[in-house]
Design a protein around this ligand. Structure first.
Ligand code: HEM
Length: 535
């Protein structure tokens, strides 16, 4: 057996040597055959038809015909960049995640920023949520933090995601409008699904038109769980804080730039990295002890709610530096596959029903988008941690699996992959019991308290921008009943806001405008004064 594997090694070395000695600077086919002419196809006579046996013509055209893959069903337009992450201090007390232990360790990362609604060729500066997805290539395997630039989401349960996306994407009969929420189906969805209220406030604020990817916050949105060496869990929310601060465009700027330079955000990032003005983001965590899970007047499993930072401060734990541009947009930005299910020991999920829905969706969509089950072998997705298992075959398999054994519990395979009960990933041993039902805690039905909190926290200028955004977005809705319902819905946030919206879109103001809530007496805050964070 040893002689056989020695022979194989010699063979491989000879092959490598041959390739090194025979570098071809001439044009070849994909079979390595040098081509004599790539501008004139083979013809039967000077004026005759092209001949099928012209293998170079056929290969060149066939490859070109297959150059595109489906764009992402959401977040189709994006831009990627490489970098690294370093933790400031060990987070051992809360998590055993290796990349959060040692401040001297630099963990490579790849980040993809994106818009959500527009197709791959849409403009960068439209009003939209921005994706902020980070792949950490850790020594324990890949960890993906697939976040957005807003800390809450439109809906509370993954099962509504197809409805949300069908409503916000261009309308199916004419595919209008591209990359905009200013149309009937979206606002019809909003008024019929009022848990969207809080997210709409963020979307219509200046956060919806960022100045630069370098000047946006990022949020994991869901409540996740840290798990330490002793198996103790702590709830955690993730935040990215840009060192350059948070900055936005004005609406007028955003519209003009969309016309003059639709690539504004990707160009800004690309140029900044090339000019060594490396974007930096600090990683922050909000930590909540398990004992405090039920001390809020909202459910921490509800992705339409934030944890107010004055109650649970954001603890800054590390920094990410983005310092290398991609070499190839398709190979990296287009083929990268993020998935909320890619976690490493020390990081776990919670029962947030939106997160649970995502856990199915990402890998499922990537099976189609990236053509089968082997997309983890594409260079940008490959972990730096070794892969060792008995999975085999499938479309586009690159690994040459050796030997005749590909099943677990065997006596024939040398170095057979076996699970490691000590260091392997163990799911958090959360106690779960209950009836199979579809409802959630009552507080999931409170759709307005935090939307009002957000409105009250805005300066006068910011409030004006939000009202103007309503005027543009809802002003473009053709159906008057939907417009009127928007006014009634946002009257639950603030009466003055609703009245001003009505004035700009030609419908009636609310019959009974809701009076402003004084910030200090807001129930979201007063009931929570006693909560201590886990820090
Ligand atoms: C992309 C589904 C909610 C952030 C995607 C994709 C799908 C998807 C199918 C395309 C993935 C691909 O083709 O590679 C869902 C579902 C959700 C949900 C079913 C709710 C149940 C969210 C939330 C966030 C988010 C709450 C933010 C916290 C992202 C980002 C991307 C993305 C950043 C782009 C990743 C990239 O750059 O490749 N989502 N999503 N999604 N989603 Fe979600």
């Amino acid at each position: 057996k040893d002689t056989q594997s020695n022979l194989e090694n010699v063979k491989n070395e000879q092959l490598e040597q041959f390739r090194a000695d025979h570098k071809n600077t001439k044009l070849t086919t994909n079979q390595g055959v040098t081509v004599s002419d790539t501008e004139n196809s083979l013809k039967a006579g000077e004026r005759g038809p092209t001949i099928m046996e012209d293998f170079h013509f056929r290969e060149k055209m066939m490859h070109f015909d297959h150059e595109r893959i489906p764009e992402r069903v959401v977040h189709a337009r994006g831009f990627g960049v490489h970098g690294h992450f370093q933790v400031y201090e060990s987070m051992k007390k809360y998590t055993k995640a290796k990349f959060l232990q040692d401040p001297s360790v630099k963990t490579p990362v790849f980040v993809r920023f994106s818009t959500v609604v527009g197709s791959r060729g849409s403009a960068d500066t439209v009003r939209d949520v921005r994706g902020f997805a980070t792949k950490f290539f850790t020594e324990d395997g890949n960890y993906d933090l697939v976040g957005n630039n807003m800390p809450v989401f439109f809906i509370q349960d993954g099962i509504k995601f197809p409805d949300l996306v069908h409503a916000i994407k261009p309308e199916p009969d004419n595919e209008i409008p591209q990359a905009s929420a200013a149309h009937d189906t979206f606002w019809d969805f909003v008024v019929n699904n009022t848990e969207t209220a809080h997210m709409i406030m963020w979307l219509l604020s200046d956060r919806g038109i960022p100045r630069s990817f370098r000047m946006m916050e990022g949020f994991g949105v869901h409540t996740f769980r840290f798990v330490n060496e002793q198996g103790k869990g702590t709830f955690v929310k993730f935040h990215w804080k840009p060192k350059l601060g948070v900055h936005s465009l004005t609406w007028d700027e955003a519209q003009k730039i969309a016309g003059k330079d639709p690539d504004f955000h990707r160009r800004d990032l690309w140029d900044a990295v090339n000019q060594t003005m490396f974007p930096e983001f600090e990683l922050g965590v909000q930590l909540l002890a398990e004992e405090d899970e039920f001390k809020f007047n909202f459910d921490i499993l509800d992705a339409t709610k934030i944890w107010p930072e004055e109650l649970i401060p954001v603890k800054i734990i590390g920094k990410m530096t983005l310092d290398r541009n991609q070499d190839n947009f398709f190979a990296e930005t287009e083929q990268v596959a993020f998935h909320t299910g890619n976690v490493v020991p020390g990081i776990d999920f919670t029962n947030d029903p939106l997160l649970q829905g995502r856990l199915f969706s990402y890998q499922d969509t990537q099976l189609l988008r990236l053509g089968g089950p082997n997309f983890h072998e594409i260079p940008i997705n490959r972990p730096i941690a070794p892969i060792h298992n008995n999975q085999r075959d499938g479309f586009h398999r690159m690994t040459i699996d050796k030997g005749k054994v590909s099943y677990h519990r065997n006596s024939l395979q040398q170095n057979s992959p076996t699970p490691d009960p000590v260091n392997g990933y163990t799911h958090y041993t959360e106690k779960v019991e209950g009836y199979k039902i579809r409802n959630r805690s009552d507080s999931f039905n409170d759709h307005y308290t935090q939307a009002t909190l957000f409105w009250n926290s805005m300066s006068e200028t910011e409030k004006k921008h939000i009202i103007k955004a309503f005027h543009f977005e809802v002003g473009n809705v053709k159906n008057k009943t939907i417009k009127q319902k928007v006014v009634e819905m946002f009257n639950n946030v603030d009466g003055e806001l609703a009245t001003q919206i009505a004035q700009g879109i030609g419908v009636q103001p609310p019959a009974t405008p809701k009076q402003p809530t004084v910030k200090a007496s807001s129930p979201a805050l007063s009931q929570m004064q006693t909560i201590k964070s886990a820090q």
